[in-house]
Ligand binder design. Structure first.
Ligand code: GDP
Ligand code: ZN
Length: 293
């Protein structure tokens, strides 16, 4: 039985990509009985009725699943942060990273619009870049004007399903258009300030970008961490998690506890102090949350 990947779901049809072909499939009633709805990104088994038409008959187990946009089996999140306009913010970057790490998705950090960086800001930006690289993240500087960094990004997209994330206006659409000019995605210039486009909900679709698939709708727009357990937060800061293995107390939250290896690491300059600060800020948010029941 042939297998493929759902790249679009619309009006009761699932568009299944198998090699180069897209087969327009209907779902079989069996999904409704099992209360499982096929999602974009699902790996499925289908039955072809005609070369272009068929039925989805089985959904393979998902490795992950996002609610917004509704999409399954994401390999990585490409996190776009502009160097300027808006200014690079590690506070916001760390919040996005927590959301991504919590979903067990691999992040790639892009610092965009580097053509706009003035000489005086270059050193501090490079220091941030090194900090995140030392944690183990891939960081790529890009410009959609000069095409800097595009070559470096392409191999990361190849053969993968990616979701782009990041604030509005950081250059996500411009980046995708630079990679694939024929996409002609609408960018966030004057026209979108007139109130059309971006706010209307629409279906999500996986599009070919480079030699990979990318969701045409950005993800991780909600950065409220209502569901993260206090003990799990450190797990979303890899270097804090790693240092935390050596804390004196089991279950150390790296806050007020004595003999905390994380605080020691910060004092020694091994862990950037701003990372620990952001960890503590989010920890407070999680502790303060109102019980939901
Ligand atoms: P999105 O909301 O993240 O998709 O951002 P857009 O791609 O719509 O870009 C927002 C604005 O930033 C637009 O006016 C773009 O022309 C501009 N922009 C995007 N990328 C770059 C870049 O690399 N360099 C410069 N100078 N401007 C950029
Ligand atoms: Zn500790």
């Amino acid at each position: 039985m042939p297998e493929g990947k759902i790249i679009k779901a619309l009006s009761g049809f699932y568009y299944v990509l198998d090699g180069e072909e897209v087969i327009q499939c209907r779902g079989r009633g069996v999904f409704r009985k099992r209360k499982i709805t096929p999602l974009v990104g699902d790996s499925v088994v289908y039955q072809a009725e005609k070369p272009t038409d068929g039925y989805v008959i089985e959904i393979k187990d998902r490795k992950n699943e996002l609610v917004r946009p509704p999409i399954a089996n994401i390999d990585q999140a490409i996190l776009v942060f502009s160097a300027v306009e808006p200014d690079f913010s590690t506070t916001l970057l760390d919040r996005f990273l927590v959301a991504i790490e919590d979903n067990e998705i691999e992040p790639i950090i892009i610092i965009s619009k580097i053509d706009l960086v003035v000489e005086a800001k270059k050193a501090s930006l490079d220091q941030y870049m090194r900090d995140y690289q030392e944690i183990g993240y891939t960081v790529i500087k890009t410009s959609s004007i000069t095409s800097d960094g595009i070559e470096a990004l392409l191999p990361h997209l190849a053969g993968k399903t990616s979701v782009f994330a990041g604030q509005s206006g950081v250059g996500k659409s411009s980046l995708l258009n630079t990679i694939n000019p024929e996409l002609s995605l609408e960018t966030n210039d004057i026209s979108s300030h007139l109130g059309r486009g971006k706010h209307t909900t629409r279906h999500v679709e996986l599009i070919h970008v480079g030699s990979g698939l990318v969701a045409d709708t950005p993800g991780f727009s909600s950065l409220e961490f209502m569901d993260i357990e206090v003990e799990r937060l450190a797990y979303c800061f890899p270097e804090i998690y790693q240092a935390g293995e050596k804390c004196k107390y089991r279950g150390c939250l790296h806050d007020k506890e004595p003999k905390c290896a994380v605080k020691e690491g910060v004092a020694q300059g091994e862990i950037p102090s701003y990372r620990h600060k952001h960890y503590l800020q989010i920890l407070e948010e999680i502790k303060d949350r109102k019980p939901r029941y």
